[in-house]
Design a binder for this molecule. Structure first.
Ligand code: PEP
Ligand code: MG
Length: 544
């Protein structure tokens, strides 16, 4: 047995086999081939595999998200059979004597461009689909060469690091645990693991990938950050017992469902949940959250191979609002940039991405993207109790411009005869020291604040949240951070706004009483932490 140690970022136990995560090559290489018939046969085999993958995804989507949403995968299967598309691929293989990957990639580029230049919005949207099916065939072509073995068994994913876009694309039903060599506890991958209730260990160091092999048995303890490779019988039994204890504790917390978030002396607060996708709504409801305090809408963009259309976004926001049946839903506008990258945004490489062109800065300089999202949000507002929240605010003029754009979008929609709610709250994230310090100026312009402690910590303590090397210098309870939160709470209340916390610190129950004493009105946490925080609130006595 070999033992490795990193930092546990979601406490749970997993036992299973390891799969070493292979990053797909970003670019397809052009390779000359001699045997054209063999290459075509390889292409046919990959296409068959791709169709069978799509059939499985379609069946799963049909069960879980309904026929209308599943239809897209049926369309993808049909597109794979399209004669023009297939003729183009074979033509390139034959005339240029090149590999199938290259022929598919060139065909994808040509067809995507052709669709994008059409007038009809429906046909334009097919541009992303043709890229999607082509990427699937290309990835099946490389798997056919024996690279990433696909099995139906649930596995422990070991990787150097995982970008948020890579994490969201993994099939969650097949992941037992995440273990990474690098990364830090406030990285989005760690946050996603918590959202998905998956045990996760990060920052194991370079020896991780030197030690682990595909298919090896391992045990992961997400509490202590230990990974046991080829565990002995004693370790297996010890961890299985720990898992049972863990499940017992979680069962006890279930008794708090339906109970109020009220302190012993009678103060009530809201406990909401953070989500990154409509897939998480089930967990929000199962854990009895009072609402959604943060929907990280950028994951809609990260899961997509092109800008999600107004219709696609509207459908997702409407679904969340309808599923929450009148409970508050706070959707944060696009927070892309820094570690959250989508190729089609074509964002520049930056020396200091965390201090760079991200979030509201992109939205305000590329208003066409922002307005599409605002239109979808306001259209969805008719289906529930929506709050819209803006990330990375640092100044009053930014917020003035945002409010102006929201007004324009509302007026446009009303002029088009589209129904929108007149109760949509507008709020901002307090996640830069600047926003906290001028919170007295921002509060009169906002309905609510939500403190993003993940970024507030990195910017206040000057410690990059992606950099494992500086993690030892991060004290999440640092007085400077707590003072900024307290100052923001005081300023919010003085100007009639409410204030919540949606960063990971909201789930730190050693601070629950401190937050309540500051007057925090809402804590928004990963769905699996809702009952744990409710338990902590119910044990506080603020009268003492
Ligand atoms: C935060 O910064 O605390 C936050 C909630 O936003 P994100 O983690 O998505 O940056
Ligand atoms: Mg943030």
């Amino acid at each position: 047995m070999t033992t490795l140690k990193g930092k546990g970022v979601y406490g749970a136990i997993a036992l299973g086999r390891i799969t070493v995560f292979k990053r797909k090559e970003a670019s397809v290489k052009r390779v000359r081939i001699d045997d054209i018939n063999a290459e075509k046969a390889r292409l046919e085999a990959a296409k068959e595999k791709a169709v069978s993958q799509l059939q499985k995804i379609y069946d799963k989507a049909l069960r879980e998200i309904g026929e209308a949403n599943a239809q897209i995968f049926e369309i993808h299967m049909m597109m794979m059979e399209d004669e023009d598309y297939n003729d183009s691929i074979s033509g390139i293989i034959e005339t240029q004597s090149v590999n199938a990957e290259y022929a598919v990639a060139v065909t994808a580029d040509n067809f995507a461009e052709m669709f994008a230049s059409m007038d009809d919005a429906y046909m334009q949207a097919r541009s992303a689909d043709v890229r999607d099916i082509s990427n699937r065939i290309i990835s099946c072509l490389s798997e056919a060469d024996g690279e990433n073995e696909v099995s139906d068994e649930k596995v422990i994913i070991c990787a150097d690091d995982l970008a948020p876009s890579e994490t969201v694309q993994l099939d969650k039903d097949r992941v037992l645990a995440f273990v990474t060599a690098f990364g830090s506890s406030n990285s989005h991958t760690a946050i996603l693991a918590r959202n998905m209730n998956i045990p996760a260990v990060i920052g194991v160091g370079e020896e991780l990938l030197k030690t682990v092999k595909n298919g090896e048995l391992a045990a992961v303890d997400g509490y202590t950050g230990e990974i046991f490779i080829d565990p002995d019988e004693n370790t297996k039994t010890r961890l299985e017992n720990k898992r049972t204890e863990d499940e017992d504790k979680k069962r006890l917390l279930q008794e708090l469902k339906g109970k109020e978030n009220v302190t012993l002396d009678g103060k009530k607060i809201d406990i909401f949940a953070n989500i990154g996708s409509t897939d998480n709504i089930g967990a929000v409801l199962a854990n009895d959250a009072g609402g959604i305090g943060l929907f990280r809408s950028e994951f809609l963009y990260l899961e997509s191979s092109d800008y999600p259309t107004e219709e696609q976004q509207f459908a997702a926001y409407k679904k969340v609002l309808e599923s929450m049946a009148g409970k508050k839903v706070i959707i944060r506008t696009l927070d892309i940039g820094a570690d959250k990258q989508a190729d089609y945004f074509d964002l520049p490489e930056e020396e200091n991405p965390a201090l760079g062109y991200r979030a509201i800065r992109i939205c305000l300089t590329r208003p066409e993207i922002f307005k599409t999202q605002l239109r979808a949000l306001y259209r969805a507002s008719a289906y529930g109790d929506l709050g819209i929240m803006f990330p990375m605010i640092t100044s009053v003029p930014e917020l003035e411009r945002i409010i102006e754009l929201c007004r324009e979008v509302r007026e446009q929609l009303t002029a088009e005869g589209i129904e929108i709610s007149d109760r949509v709250e507008l709020g901002i994230m307090i996640e830069t020291p600047a926003a906290a310090i001028i919170s007295d100026k921002l509060a009169p312009m906002a309905d609510f604040f939500s403190v993003g402690t993940n970024d507030l910590t990195q910017y206040t303590l000057a410690c990059d949240r992606q950099n494992a090397a500086v993690e030892q210098f991060v004290d999440p309870h640092h007085e400077a951070i707590l003072r900024l939160i307290e100052m923001s709470a005081k300023n919010a209340h003085e100007h009639g706004a409410w204030i919540g916390i949606c960063g990971e610190l909201a789930a730190d129950t050693s601070l629950t009483e401190t937050f309540l004493r500051m007057g925090i009105d809402e804590l928004s946490v990963s769905p699996s932490f809702v009952l744990k925080v409710r338990d902590a609130v119910r044990q506080c006595d603020l009268s003492k």
